[in-house]
Write a protein that binds this ligand. Structure first.
Ligand SMILES: C[S@@+](CC[C@H](N)C(=O)[O-])C[C@H]1O[C@@H](n2cnc3c(N)ncnc32)[C@H](O)[C@@H]1O
Length: 270
């Protein structure tokens, strides 16, 4: 039988701040995915229809392919950072500084809570801000070495402008991960509408999905990337209509940086 967390306890605070999308280890005992259910995991229904994902190990493994010594000396930017998981993991990998922003108070409140409570890895030299991607330029931030642009492209009414804003702040690597269309000729951005009230959604209502990786090649070249590699492009699970996919591309402004990185396909190289 499920037990109830004590009032004021860490478990109770985690629950109060839900729903959570990112499972982040806080202490030896608790992660943000912790709940007092028989199997210790949060179901989608109990999490207000938000999927809870464990993302750390995959991120760490892939960063270490490109930067075998870790991120020492690097500045890390996470666009639409949600609960800030990737900023904390970038600091675990030795990043000098990490900055994460998200348009929703809900997620930045979680990120700040994690920053206060996490004792299994460094939480200093990380900043979070409630900010719309389209307002990021107003902050006049110095450049970053590694930029994560994950789960945000397909929540924007003008995704090319959004990606340009992030790319102008990027010196080395862009990690680009987006939902896509599936089963249609590659080479287009397909418009759609989304519910702006959903916590995981965009704030504008209009969105665009690329129909495949070829769509992004001229865009990434135009933004100044010299090499791009496709990590994956696959049909999305749990999509009853079968018309959605997901892809991840790593693009570099520095020639050679992705050379040793074995991936599905090189999209362009110089
Ligand atoms: C699908 S989630 C992805 C979260 C995170 N990047 C990840 O991969 O786990 C989309 C996120 O984008 C945020 N978001 C949507 N529109 C935004 C905007 N214009 N500027 C900043 N964040 C935005 C949402 O609040 C939400 O946290």
């Amino acid at each position: 039988m499920a037990t109830q967390p004590e009032t004021g306890s860490l478990g109770e605070q985690i629950r109060r701040l839900g729903p959570w999308h990112q499972d982040i280890q806080l202490t030896e005992e608790f992660s943000t995915g912790q709940v007092f259910s028989p199997d210790g995991r949060l179901s989608r229904e109990a999490n207000r229809n938000v999927s809870l994902l464990t993302l750390r190990d995959n991120f760490v493994e892939h960063i270490l392919h490109v930067y075998p010594e870790g991120l020492r000396g690097k500045r890390f930017l996470d666009c639409a950072c949600n609960a800030g998981g990737y900023c904390f993991w970038a600091r675990e990998l030795g990043a000098d500084f990490a900055f994460g922003f998200d348009i929703r108070d809900h997620w930045i409140e979680q990120a700040r809570f994690v920053q206060q409570q996490r004792n299994v890895a460094p939480t200093d030299r990380i900043k979070f801000s409630v900010c719309d991607l389209y307002a990021l330029e107003e902050k006049r931030l110095p450049q970053f070495d590694v930029t994560l642009f994950k789960g945000i492209f397909y929540h924007l009414p003008d995704p090319i402008t959004g990606l340009r804003i992030a790319s102008e702040l990027t010196r080395e690597i862009l990690i680009f991960n987006t939902q896509t269309g599936w089963g249609e000729p590659d080479g287009f951005l397909k418009p759609g509408l989304e519910d702006t009230r959903a916590l995981m959604s965009g704030a504008y209502g209009l969105n665009w999905r690329p129909t495949g990786p070829a769509t992004m090649i001229p865009v990434l070249r135009w933004l100044g990337y010299r090499t791009a590699k496709l990590m994956f492009f696959r049909q999305q699970k749990n999509n009853p209509d079968g018309n959605l996919g997901r892809m991840e591309i790593w693009a570099s402004k520095v020639p050679g940086l992705l050379d040793k990185y074995e991936t599905q396909r090189t999209l362009f190289d110089e």
